[in-house]
Design a protein. Structure first.
Length: 183
């Protein structure tokens, strides 16, 4: 039996043997695996996908935080823009058991008055604080235009002469001014 026809058969089906050292001919062997170009492309695709996922996660958190921060700054801007001062207080004016508080708005925006609170600083007997919300103030639901002075009247009940009273005017944004005046 000769090796020549057998060798030709191996050569046809892709298996070649070197008769001298029985090693497989590497030039005829099919390579297993993927090419370096495809491997690099797959690695880049995975990296870009993970990067986009991380960016999306971080961006959603930053967007929510930014929106909350913007709301806080806007509210603080409204609070800071409420620049008003209590100029004077008159007890039993325009009627008995009422007080009128004159408030000057020195800010650039209109200020909504939400509440007026009257407490006694040096009363010796029992005293009930008087709180008037915007619907109980005359004029009702007062708004102070920019650079304007307005008198706000509210019911106080009977106030004793000689006592010092604390009047607190609070705006719709929470800004407030305190004024002390004796009756």
């Amino acid at each position: 039996m000769t090796l020549s026809p057998l060798f030709s058969l191996f050569k046809i089906i892709g298996i070649a043997r070197d008769i001298s050292n029985d090693a497989i001919d590497s030039s005829d062997r099919k390579k297993a695996g993927i090419s370096p170009v495809i491997a690099t492309t797959v690695i880049l695709a995975i990296t870009v996908s993970l990067g986009l996922a991380l960016w999306s996660f971080a961006n959603s958190g930053v967007s929510a935080t930014t929106a909350q921060y913007a709301d806080v700054i806007t509210d603080y801007g409204k609070y800071a823009s409420d620049r008003f001062v209590i100029v004077n207080v008159a007890y039993d004016y325009p009627l008995a058991d009422r007080a009128t508080v004159w408030v000057y708005n020195s800010g650039q925006l209109t200020t909504d008055v939400a509440n007026i609170l009257l407490t006694c600083k040096d009363c010796t007997g029992p005293f009930t604080a008087v709180s008037a919300d915007a619907s109980q103030i005359t004029p009702t639901n007062p708004q102070l235009a920019s650079k304007s002075l307005q008198g706000l009247s509210f019911a106080t009940g009977t106030l004793a002469d000689g006592n010092t009273y604390e009047i607190t005017v609070t705006s719709g944004t929470g800004a407030y001014q305190v004024h002390y005046q004796a009756k």
